[in-house]
Design a protein around this ligand. Structure first.
Ligand SMILES: C[S@@+](CC[C@H](N)C(=O)[O-])C[C@H]1O[C@@H](n2cnc3c(N)ncnc32)[C@H](O)[C@@H]1O
Length: 278
């Protein structure tokens, strides 16, 4: 994509050297090669830069909720367990937990999570459900109960009607809910302020990687993501909100929010934890 002079993007990137360079490289290489989103680039992204302290903090936060009363745990959208397993390893009450339920619609990720559970928590009974929150919530029986449900960066991936209906249903089956999401700025998609904010955030992300890793992460992940977020035609694959909106929506569903706090700075937006009682 050639950047047109005089556009909001052109003025937004004027003082952002890393993003300007990465966009130029992308415009040149995209004509000749197929350097699009690659698993290697995503791996390098997620295992480096600000993701490392972010996930350390998220796992520590989750672990702090595994108390002597947490006998059953439900992880909604667990992915490969990147947040969950370090949290389980760090809990101060390793003997208390008696069962773990994983809800994850992406089969490959669920398979990885189950393998990791077998390797790291061999004594813990695991129920692995290859489905999304909506299908899971629709099948809940009156006696289904968990002491704690957690979801880290997963509820944003669920379309709103499915998400809110699922969380409403879950309230009868879960004592406590812990969610971690990003407290995104309240900007209108496509506005000049949005473009400027997006550009500044991606400049910061690029600065968290160096050398060949920066090029890989930029060309294979961050720049395709950035351009997708600028393009009005790209269909949304996640639905985020400022933290205050999460609180309001959950309270409207009857959840009692007992804590809402930023826990980690991050290029995209600060991560927050929200704790709610049923
Ligand atoms: C950004 S990942 C977070 C994974 C993990 N919780 C973590 O912290 O690393 C978002 C996850 O939400 C899952 N997801 C997508 N749609 C979902 C749905 N309808 N119900 C539950 N999980 C969903 C994705 O498959 C993905 O594993």
């Amino acid at each position: 994509m050639a950047i047109q002079p005089g556009t909001a993007l052109q003025s937004a990137i004027t003082d952002l050297p890393l993003l300007s360079t990465a966009l130029r490289q992308h415009a040149t290489s995209a004509k000749n090669t197929h350097v699009y989103t690659s698993p290697a680039a995503f791996e390098a992204f997620i295992r480096g830069g600000g993701n490392v302290p972010l996930y350390e903090r998220v796992s520590a936060e989750l672990a702090s909720h595994y108390t002597t009363e947490t006998h059953s745990l439900l992880d909604i959208g667990c992915g490969d367990g990147h947040a969950l397993f370090p949290a389980l390893a760090a809990t101060a009450n390793p003997q208390t937990l008696q069962r773990l339920t994983l809800v994850e619609p992406a089969s490959a990720l669920l398979t990885s999570a189950v393998a990791r559970a077998q390797a790291e928590q061999p004594a813990l009974p695991v129920q692995a459900l290859n489905e999304g929150l909506g299908a899971f919530a629709a099948k809940l029986q009156p006696d289904d109960r968990w002491d704690l449900a957690q979801a880290s960066f997963a509820l944003q991936a669920i379309p709103e009607p499915e998400r809110w209906a699922g969380l409403a249903r879950l309230r009868e089956h879960v004592r406590k809910l812990v969610i971690v999401e990003f407290d995104i700025p309240d900007l209108v998609r496509g506005s000049d302020a949005y473009v400027a904010s997006l550009a500044a955030r991606y400049e910061r992300a690029l600065g968290e990687y160096e050398g060949a890793t920066r090029d890989l992460v930029a060309q294979g992940f961050l720049i395709p993501m950035f351009l997708g977020q600028l393009d009005a035609q790209t269909a949304a694959t996640n639905w985020e909100h400022p933290a205050s909106v999460w609180r309001e929506k959950l309270e409207n569903l009857g959840w009692r929010v007992t804590r809402l706090e930023h826990i980690s700075d991050y290029f995209w937006a600060p991560a927050f934890v929200l704790v709610a009682e049923a």
